[in-house]
Design a protein. Structure first.
Ligand SMILES: Nc1ncnc2c1ncn2[C@@H]1O[C@H](COP(=O)(O)OP(=O)(O)OP(=O)(O)O)[C@@H](O)[C@H]1O
Length: 209
């Protein structure tokens, strides 16, 4: 049997506001090094599921099992951009590296590498506010990769991207996979899941069907 890295059993969740159950006994497993694609209609609960796995939402019932040493090395990329517009790409990455407690030298080495991989080496010192939407998406992804994660939770990583940004982002994700990172990937876009995922599951009515 394949080794799992994250198992979700019978997960239930409802938002206080709204009251309706969003996750209704959802179960899934993510295996080591795997990319698991998650599909579902708008409002099916995909983002809610990622937040519950990331530990941001306290679920009502069920369990999320992630080995302790892996849990410390989990990254979550939210759908909404979380960048300081008035800071440069490099300064944003410095900020995220500091949150992780990394030494400055390590931060700069990693940030330069990420920005180069994403085709932004000549934009390092530009304010984020001056970058295109696709370039912002690339910096946003880099912010979640300041340390190589064992598990990466991706909520629409290429939404609104031009072709170049899309290609750069997928190329970096492939590299991360080759380095052993497992991913849960939500996407609506242009065959991204077919291109990237080892398996695709469907979320419907709060469950995987
Ligand atoms: N903070 C919140 N408070 C109350 N209800 C919420 C909140 N966030 C999401 N919801 C509701 O929970 C349900 C699931 O939302 P969620 O964002 O998880 O779906 P999704 O599958 O990611 O949708 P999309 O594909 O549109 O991003 C929706 O009905 C949504 O309106």
């Amino acid at each position: 049997m394949e080794e799992w890295i994250c198992t979700v059993n019978d997960l239930g969740f409802h938002y206080k506001r709204g009251g309706r159950a969003v996750l209704k006994g959802l179960s899934l497993s993510l295996h080591k090094g795997e990319i698991l694609g998650i599909r579902g209609e708008n409002g099916a609960g995909k983002s809610t599921l990622l937040k519950a796995i990331a530990g941001i939402l306290p679920y009502d019932k069920g369990e999320v099992l992630i080995p302790k040493e892996i849990k410390k090395n989990l990254s979550y990329l939210p759908q909404d951009l979380s960048l300081y517009e008035s800071l440069s790409a490099l300064e944003n990455l410095y900020f995220y590296g500091k949150i992780l407690g990394l030494p400055a030298k390590v931060i700069f080495t990693r940030a330069h590498w990420l920005l180069k991989e994403l085709g932004l080496e000549d934009k390092e010192r530009e304010r984020v506010s001056a970058l295109s939407g696709g370039m912002k998406r690339r910096v946003h992804l880099a912010s979640a990769l300041m340390r190589r994660p064992d598990i990466l939770l991706l909520d629409e990583p290429t939404v609104g991207c031009d072709n170049e940004s899309y290609d750069k982002i997928l190329a970096l994700l492939r590299k991360m996979k080759a380095q052993g990172t497992a991913m849960l990937l939500i996407s609506h876009g242009r065959g991204e899941l077919e291109e990237m995922a080892d398996r695709i599951v469907y979320l419907e009515e709060g469950r995987i069907v």
